[in-house]
Ligand binder design. Sequence first.
Ligand SMILES: Nc1ncnc2c1ncn2[C@@H]1O[C@H](COP(=O)(O)OP(=O)(O)O)[C@@H](O)[C@H]1O
Ligand SMILES: [Mg+2]
Length: 238
Amino acid sequence: MSAASLEVADLQVSYDGVPALHGVSLKVDAGKIVALVGGNGNGKSTTLRAIAGLNAANAGSIRLDGRDLVGVRAHQRVPLGLSLVPEGRRLFPRLTALRNLELGAFARENGAEVAASIDEMFDLFPILKERAQQLAGTMSGGEQQMLAIARGLMARPRLLMLDEPSWGIAPKFVTKVLDVIQRVNERGVTILLVEQNLHKALGIAHRGYVIQTGRIVMEGDAQSLLHDDGVKKAYLGL
Ligand SMILES: Nc1ncnc2c1ncn2[C@@H]1O[C@H](COP(=O)(O)OP(=O)(O)O)[C@@H](O)[C@H]1O
Ligand SMILES: [Mg+2]
């Protein structure tokens, strides 16, 4: 297992003929954390879903370690190393935390290895060990986000995409979530992190992209973007 690289070039996606992405290009080097930031409705989720194979691309290319993913279906992208922690978490609320974790390993066959991964998740997120037999829907927002990330990791991704993991959770959990993302990255997983909150995302990222109405309007290393007035303007749509 090694960290994957991703290169998206000129990606175009429409909903019912209405363009949402007008040619998005971005690069995520192996082993890095890259943030894609932008306000609501600008195409962040559409970009991640297209990379995961959940939205069809009209044009452009998506390359994982140089391999073009055109024609590779969503469930086939998981064993190649892509995993998406979706917006709003999308857990199975009436199943236990443990069962949700197990379902994250749907593409894996070796039961002993899956069991070892569950232990790893309990190590990374001790709260999930306590909550293992609890129904996911009865956990707090922050705990559910931890579970969603752990479920995403159960696929053993080489590139993990997270769609607004800080959304709707208490501040103390936001810090924890960002910390966990960094730890996962240090274990050799490339990260593509989508956030509305540019300070949080760029604070842990190596590089960043700003997306506005379906176009990348700025890119650069995370620290310089954080201190660039142009970013705030682009961000606010000024
Ligand atoms: N399922 C959908 N059907 C139609 N339009 C959609 C759908 N999902 C997103 N859109 C539109 O695509 C654009 C980008 O949305 P989205 O990718 O969800 O933005 P973000 O994640 O940055 O908030 C918006 O104009 C949104 O209204
Ligand atoms: Mg979104």
